[in-house]
Design a protein around this ligand. Structure first.
Ligand code: ADP
Ligand code: MG
Length: 751
């Protein structure tokens, strides 16, 4: 008897198991049973040969009436022609190689046939159909079964493992399945109305009715949520088990001095969040907090105050940014916000002052060495850097706090790596400007506490956004830019490509697979998820490749220089393949106002803060995701003048156009985040690495299944709270272990 961990080959033989392993990553009985059918064909739709339509897929129960083979004229081998009948009408089958079919397609044999209907010389035919001949002894039962049951349709696993064969393999496996331990305890199943695990597998793969399918899918969704939540619950507990140094600012220290120098009042929200963080920092358990806040809500100040309290108590803080551009900018703005407080140890610096150091991958060796030294000696209270900070062997004297800016580019593993950086695990504050719907936050960051900044600082003016899709208005766009510049403001022009003959999107200086996919123009927005069980046949939903070349930074620069409307304007470019130094120079010049129009890729997406920039023109806006557009336009309207964002598109697609209209219509990040999520696959949203483990969410929909996620979270946390190491729940422990990769599992054990 097989169980879920039995290698598939042992049950069904290697020839069947290999293609499944190769094409679908299915290795065990459990993997196969978790291979959810894409859809089901209704029974009763099976036998009608009277309504064939060319080009459509047909599935019929029919009997072989006659079959002949003959040598082919052009090449070696024999072809086989057979005619099947449902008693009244006929359908021809053609196989270009008779091999393997001859013995089965004999007159009188009854079977199930499926293929795409073609027309050849006025007869209907199927070429190389899939088929399954019934055992002559059990014909009636077989027909009965096929007529009374939904037929699951699976994704094929390569050429030789069609959906039919997958179905057969699944049936063999189900028949040989022994006892299966259910990882959801009976009382939970009862409370939530869930079928047990083995019933779920049977209903999923051999359903009689739609109701069977939905009961199975419901249980399956619950499982997906339950497993993730159990992992998060364990992470939470592992984190609670860690000890660290409490960090409390002292009177007359940096925090006080900074507050006294701050040119504005903290908003009520900033004060509230600051208090939450201060409380966490004062605890001997490391903080693990997510700070959400709209673009421009003032997260940096909050983070800076937290960093200063850690320095006050003798520790250091690191601030991690996703790109070098952003790291440099943080470095500059923090240095300037601190003023003489950042000149600790220097003549003229404040007595209680500290030092801020920048550490990036592309610094010249000399500078880099100095930065490393300042980090290691503790002279630098604040070290600002990119991912390089955690990837390399950077030493800190006493790292007390790590702030991660713009979380959507950091995965769970990176958070774990951070925690192993200090002598003791540091406090961790993660900031994200992409508002995250509750269930997503619960799933992706469910092991963290969260704080949210909802209000923007007073006096912020809203950004007006417009879709520009009529070519007649394109020139007007540039005239508008020129007007804005004449009024003393600056403009960003964002393009999806660099244009230096390389088809790649802008490479991030600190490559991270998630972020690269995120910013890849034309990322597969079209493969939207399907929630309901469909009873139709597959269509290829992939978006046809764009015919037109996307606008590039280099072309755009040339074009704008030639545009009479922009004559005399100072135009510069910025993209990821420029040297770090050059990028810095450009950003500095833009910040200083000596560049009027900055033509850039999405390197400017996060955090860049130039208050005088009021216009953003986004070329081929349809190539960017919703959240990305919102992030991008967050770069403008930061000062006291209203912002204007123009979404330029040449798309023909009405859906895409509507998407842009919705971005233009609201500045509410939460609304947009939901919209974005609705249009993407969950896997995309979470990233395989962010979903809490290898196991992918296949059926769970983070927006629609909110109730179920809440229930699963409650159940999982209750179980883990009562039994942190799951000693009473070995089946659940196994499921979690196989869902995690080794590194993540090691993290849980360390805790
Ligand atoms: P984000 O949350 O997007 O990171 P920032 O921290 O960059 O936002 O803040 C955006 C701008 O708002 C900065 O120029 C910052 O100095 C300013 N700011 C932050 N807090 C306040 C406040 N309470 N009042 C006025 N301006 C503020
Ligand atoms: Mg920011």
């Amino acid at each position: 008897m097989a169980d879920l961990s039995t290698p598939l080959g042992k049950v069904v033989g290697q020839p069947s198991a290999s293609p499944l392993a190769k094409h679908r990553g299915i290795h065990t009985v459990g993997d196969l049973l978790d291979f959810v059918p894409r859809r089901y064909v209704e029974p009763g739709k099976l036998t009608d040969l009277s309504s064939l339509v060319e080009g459509e897929e047909v599935t019929v129960v029919a009997r072989v009436d006659r079959a002949t083979t003959r040598p082919m004229r052009q090449r070696k081998g024999r072809m086989l022609n057979a005619t099947i009948t449902d008693g009244t009408r006929e359908l021809d089958l053609t196989f270009f190689s008779a091999y393997g079919h001859e013995g089965r397609l004999v007159p009188g044999a009854l079977g199930l046939f499926a293929g795409i209907v073609g027309r050849y010389q006025r007869t209907w035919q199927l070429t190389h159909p899939n088929y399954q001949i019934f055992d002559p002894e059990e014909e009636d039962e077989a027909v009965e079964e096929f007529l009374s049951r939904l037929i699951p349709i699976y994704l094929p696993a390569g050429k030789n493992m069609q959906t039919w064969k997958v179905r057969k393999v699944v049936q063999i496996v189900l028949a040989s399945l022994g006892e299966v331990r259910d990882h959801v305890p009976p009382d939970v199943r009862k409370r939530r109305g869930l079928v047990d695990l083995i019933s779920m597998y049977r209903l999923l793969h051999q359903p009689s009715t739609e109701r069977d399918v939905s009961r199975a899918r419901y249980r399956r969704k619950y499982d997906e949520a339950f497993t993730v939540q159990a992992v998060l619950a364990q992470r939470r507990i592992a984190g609670d088990g860690l000890r660290t140094t409490p960090r409390v600012p002292h009177a007359g220290g940096l925090v006080e001095a900074f507050d006294a120098r701050m040119p504005f009042e903290l908003t009520a929200g900033q004060q509230e969040v600051s208090a939450e963080i201060a409380k966490d920092l004062a605890s001997e358990h490391p903080m693990h907090r997510l700070l959400q806040g709209e673009v421009g809500s003032g997260k940096t100040v909050v983070a800076l105050r937290a960093m200063l309290s850690v320095i006050d108590s003798g520790g250091q803080a690191a601030l991690l940014a996703p790109t070098e551009v952003l790291a440099s900018q943080h470095f500059r703005s923090i240095t300037s916000m601190l003023g003489d407080l950042a000149e600790g140890g220097l003549l003229g610096g404040s007595e209680i002052g500290t030092r801020v150091t920048l550490l990036t991958g592309s610094q010249p060796t000399g500078i880099r060495r100095k930065s490393l030294l300042e980090a290691a000696s503790g002279d630098a209270g604040i070290v600002v850097g990119t991912h390089a900070l955690i990837q390399e062997h950077v030493q800190f004297f006493d790292l007390g706090l790590v702030v991660v800016d713009e979380q959507h580019r950091f995965g769970v593993e990176q958070r774990d790596a951070l925690r192993s950086k200090g002598k003791q695990p540091p406090h961790v504050l993660v900031m994200t400007a992409t508002p995250i719907p509750r269930t997503v936050a619960m799933t992706v960051f469910g092991d963290m506490e969260t704080s949210t900044l909802t209000e923007l600082p007073k006096g912020r003016l809203p950004i007006a956004s417009h879709v520009v899709s009529n070519p007649r208005w394109f020139q007007r766009t540039w005239e508008r830019v020129a007007e804005e510049v004449r009024a003393g403001h600056q403009t960003y022009v964002v393009c999806p490509r660099i244009g230096d003959s390389d088809p790649d999107p802008d490479p991030d200086p600190d490559p991270d697979p998630d972020s690269e996919r995120d910013s890849a123009p034309g990322a597969t927005r079209a493969d939207w998820s399907d929630e309901d069980v469909e009873v139709t046949f597959d269509v290829d939903e992939s978006e046809p490749p764009p015919v037109r070349e996307l606008r590039s930074v280099l072309e755009m620069e040339a074009e704008l220089r030639d545009n009479p409307a922009l004559a005399g304007l100072r135009i510069a470019i910025l993209h990821g393949r420029m040297a770090a130094d050059d990028k810095d120079k450009v950003m500095l010049a833009f910040a200083a106002g000596t560049i009027d129009v900055l033509v850039a890729t999405t390197v400017i997406e996060v955090g860049v803060d130039v208050a005088n920039a009021t216009v953003m023109v986004i070329m081929d806006a349809d190539r960017f995701g919703i959240s990305q557009l919102h992030q991008l336009r967050g770069r403008i309207g930061r000062g006291t003048s209203p912002g204007l964002c123009l979404l330029v598109t040449e798309t023909d697609s009405e859906t895409v156009h509507e998407r842009l209209i919705s971005v233009a219509a609201t500045n509410d990040g939460f609304t947009l985040a939901r919209l974005d999520l609705e249009q993407r696959k969950e896997g995309d949203v979470l990233g395989a690495r962010q979903s809490g483990g290898k196991s992918q969410l296949r059926l769970l929909r983070l927006l629609r299944d909110e109730d179920l996620i809440l229930a699963a979270r409650e159940d999982a946390f209750a179980i883990v709270d009562a039994d942190p190491w799951l000693e009473q729940h070995p089946a659940l422990r196994n499921v979690i272990a196989s869902a995690l990769d080794d590194e993540q599992a090691a993290y849980l054990e360390r805790g």
